[in-house]
Design a protein around this ligand. Sequence first.
Ligand SMILES: *Cc1c(COP(=O)(O)O)cnc(C)c1O
Length: 364
Amino acid sequence: MKFNEKLKDIKTYEAGKPIELVVREFGIEPKDIVKLASNENPYGCSPKVQKAVSDIVVNMALYPDDSMLKLKNALQNRFEIKEENLIIGSGSDQVIEFLMHAKANSNSKILINSVTFAMYEIYAKHVGAEIIRTQAQEHDLDEFYELYKAQKPDIIFLCTPNNPTGDAINAADMFDFISKIDNDTLVVVDGAYMEYAAFKESAKKVQPKDLIEKFENVIYLGTFSKAYGLGGMRVGYGISSSKIIKELYKLRPPFNITTLSLEAASVAVEDEEFVNNCIADCFDEMKRYEEFAKSEKIDIIESYTNFVTLCLNNNHKSSKIADNLLKRGMIVRDLSGYGMNALRVTVGTKEQNSRFFELMKELI
Ligand SMILES: *Cc1c(COP(=O)(O)O)cnc(C)c1O
């Protein structure tokens, strides 16, 4: 059977290995498996969300509320924006898919950072667009601007803080950069980890409201999968000018968020205290990674997220270390596929992190 030619060039996205797979492959008990591979919140979600999800009486026969009124209201209040500036996706991944189809085709160019979130490239390939990458490992906005002038991309992705390196762009620098970009280029600001960066350093905090007040050609992306501890619920959002949102709506399938997910996300938005406590704990635990890296002479990139990137020296191959960790029930992310000899490790609970240090000391 012949398939769409574009698929030839696409590698299937490799998600962090699920616990279930490690149980099956290595016969390890689920309780002995630690997953620090997908940057989920190790403390889970707010107890208020747990309660709301258990209490809600879902009529499973009926489609969800496609107006998403409750969740939209919660997000409108949180970000001080209007409904016309908001679209909800099944994860922010789905919003990336919408915007790619809305803006790009096989004549388009997409400008991204040298190492960044893999889904930008995958969705670009869906529409046959060309990917242009910077050279610098961390976002260098001067380099972005040079490439922008030379290549005139249709879409620019800024991932701040960046996955998988953890670095973040100063908000003021980003605003300067965007003000030099022509209105016909869509600038995507992916803030999947923005809650962490904003907590750590106010200069990194990007307010979607400020972005869309200033620029008509920008979309800000957020997600409930990371700081909010709702990775299993698949809810993300895009905030942009009404003109852009209107176009994205044409691509949204109806009922793209389940009734349970809508309830969970709506309640999660209201419990900011829970999220802030988790973030504070995360950065406390991150200090232990910095100490570990120092004592083991491993380079660590300063992180504005809930994960750390450990750059190994030439004596150790990250793919091998990741495999050996996996056999011991520790799931982390090997970054060799990104051209880095590095491991990306989600900062877990105290016990999970201790286990990681213990196993790493055995292996290196
Ligand atoms: C996790 C992540 C997302 C999307 O997550 P969803 O679960 O699809 O909402 C988007 N961008 C980056 C950089 C991420 O790390």
